[in-house]
Ligand binder design. Structure first.
Ligand code: GDP
Length: 442
């Protein structure tokens, strides 16, 4: 995500710093490069131009040039202005506890609208709401079945009628059904088309006026850059959107849509889609996004994802075993698996400040394969060996290697990693947070 814009911005900013002492002239010159990087990232032209004007006005002042660390100040200004462009934070769905909340989802075909309906339903259900999805996309033949499947997967009810029906009627019937079914949030999956056209807008306006949704969200594909922004503008002119949900940010290297859409339409980005799986919907945080764009990482989101993904009870059990000095190879394997659930190695590294730059060195590591190998080695051990790895002698090592299709050297390496990890844990288990930090540095 954002690889190319991050590289472009970092290149432009480093260029300024490399030019020696910061002066008004080299800041102005360097910011032109920053503007170029934004345009290459498909940021809308006026947005890029105004952004640079604001940064320049702030950066050439005395405050920056005379400060002790002008480079940090400059990055700080770019960071703040990026946040201002995409913000303020606004991911409330404004749901009421009394009555039925109506959320209308629209978007062009392929943007990820139906998937996002599922993601939203999943999120609402987890928060204790009773969602119901209405299949009102009569345009794409498979959309009704797709929504039904999502409903089954999530155990969320879906209201659907036979293909070819009138979408307004489907929405109204769906709403009536929600009342009897006891749902309190109804998500309408409306039609999409390949392009914005009058018929589509007419259909959506009809639903809007007859169903009177509380919130209207546009789902758009971040990877389409300025096209996404243009479609957001067209939808907003017709429907007065309450928010945008930007999908496929996981595959977006440029970031142009994320940066421009709020500025061009005035509509906030509520959520972002970070993958095809249903749990990959994140609230949009302009500050964290600005950090990711500048390659400063996003440790807060990583931490939140970890809390959501990790099995708290299992973690607690592992910690107890660790405290008693009984951390086993089985625990080691579980931990590795949990970390892998957070995303690919590359994804995780990008979210850790300062690690993004190291990515190149890790290009050749196939974490999936590594994990598979570790899994196979541990599976080839007896229960007793997993709990007491010090009993693994040479002949056992050879047997385990043969059983797992690996080399004895691989088994050795794993045992050594495990040994390092458990001694580190032993060392840290009795320490406070600050001392733990020191222990890791040693
Ligand atoms: P619709 O025509 O707008 O309803 O689009 P779909 O919901 O069928 O999605 C189109 C494709 O985009 C599907 O293959 C989805 O799995 C995929 N998709 C949706 N959201 C995301 C996302 O956030 N990231 C990625 N990588 N793929 C997504």
């Amino acid at each position: 995500m954002f690889e190319s814009i991050t590289q472009g911005l970092q290149g432009a900013l480093t260029g300024i710093f490399r030019s020696g002492k910061l002066t008004e002239a080299n800041i102005r010159e360097g910011l032109k490069q920053v503007r170029q990087a934004l345009l290459e990232a498909d940021v809308e032209y006026n947005v890029a131009t105004q952004f640079i004007e604001k940064v320049t006005a702030e950066a050439v002042g005395e405050k920056v040039l005379k400060s002790l660390r002008p480079d940090e100040q400059l990055i700080g200004i770019v960071h703040q202005q990026l946040i201002a462009l995409m913000g303020p934070t606004d991911h409330s769905l404004h749901l009421r506890r009394d009555g039925i909340n109506k959320i209308m989802m629209c978007g062009l075909q392929g943007a990820g609208k139906t998937t996002t309906c599922g993601k939203l339903a999943r999120k609402l259900k987890a928060e204790g709401w009773k969602p119901l999805m209405v299949a009102a996309d009569m345009q794409r033949p498979a959309a009704i079945e797709q929504l039904k499947t999502l409903g089954q997967q999530l155990d969320v009810p879906v209201y659907a009628e036979a293909p070819g029906g009138n979408p307004v009627a489907v929405c109204k019937n769906g709403l009536a059904h929600a009342k009897t079914a006891g749902a309190n949030v109804v998500i309408f999956d409306t039609a999409g088309r390949l392009h914005v056209d009058d018929r589509l807008m007419f259909e959506l306006e009809q639903i809007d006026s007859r169903v009177q949704p509380d919130q209207v969200y546009l789902v758009c594909d971040a990877m389409t850059g300025q096209d996404a922004v243009r479609s957001a503008k067209a939808f907003n002119d017709a429907l007065e959107l309450d928010g945008v949900i930007l999908t496929k940010l996981d595959g977006d290297t440029r970031g142009g849509a994320a940066i421009s859409v709020k500025q061009v339409t005035g509509v906030p980005i509520k959520f972002v889609g970070m993958g095809e799986q249903l749990d990959r919907l994140e609230p949009f945080h302009p500050d964290r996004m600005a950090g990711r764009i500048l390659g400063m990482g996003d440790i807060v989101t990583l931490f939140e994802r970890a809390q959501e993904e990790f099995d708290a009870e299992e973690m607690e059990r592992q910690q107890q075993r660790m405290l008693k000095g009984r951390f086993t190879l089985e625990d080691f394997r579980n931990q590795m698996k949990q970390v892998r659930r957070l995303g690919s190695l590359g994804d995780i590294m990008k979210m850790i400040p300062g690690m993004g730059g190291l990515l190149d060195q890790f290009q050749n590591i196939d974490a999936e394969k590594d994990m598979g190998r570790i899994d196979a080695i541990i599976s080839s051990m007896t229960l007793d060996e997993r709990q007491n790895p010090d009993r693994i002698d040479r002949s056992r090592r050879t047997r385990i290697a043969r059983g797992s299709g690996t080399d004895p050297a691989d088994v050795n390496r794993l045992l050594k990693d495990f040994d390092n990890m458990s001694s580190m844990m032993q060392k840290m288990s009795g320490l406070g947070v600050k001392d733990r930090f020191r222990a890791v540095q040693d």
